[in-house]
Design a protein around this ligand. Structure first.
Ligand code: AMP
Ligand code: ZN
Length: 112
């Protein structure tokens, strides 16, 4: 997707503070953190919203959770973090490339 900000982060066209990267997923710090620990985990494949996930992407999207959990542990918030997927503008989705927020480091890290 040529005009997708997260696709541009994947290609490096837009800089980001990367935490983890492999062939399938990328994790990076959120540019506007809503908690002391706030990062995003995204698939490299452009999937606009959670409702657009298809059966062939089940493993890929499950991987977001596994990688997110590992990074949360590495950043010392394994005993309390929130996982958020926004779906659609009404829910506050601004970037239409599937992304998982992980928020931790304070009590009840919310809202988005
Ligand atoms: P959402 O509201 O669920 O679409 O969340 C989009 C998130 O992407 C927000 O938390 C933004 O702060 C974050 N974001 C937008 N642009 C960037 C960027 N260039 N680098 C890192 N995070 C970004
Ligand atoms: Zn994209």
């Amino acid at each position: 997707m040529t005009d997708c900000i997260f696709c541009k982060i994947i290609t490096g066209e837009i800089p980001s503070k990367k935490i983890y990267e492999d062939d399938d997923v990328l994790a990076f710090w959120d540019i506007s953190p809503q908690a002391p620990v706030h990062f995003l985990v995204i698939p490299k494949k452009h999937i606009p919203r959670p409702v657009d996930i298809t059966e062939v992407e089940e493993q890929l999207t499950g991987k977001l959770l596994r990688i997110g959990g590992q990074i949360a542990q590495e950043n010392g918030v394994e005993d309390g973090f929130r996982v958020v997927f926004n779906n659609g503008a009404k829910a506050g989705q601004v970037v239409f490339h599937l992304h998982m927020h992980i928020l931790g480091g304070k009590d009840r890290p919310w809202p988005m």
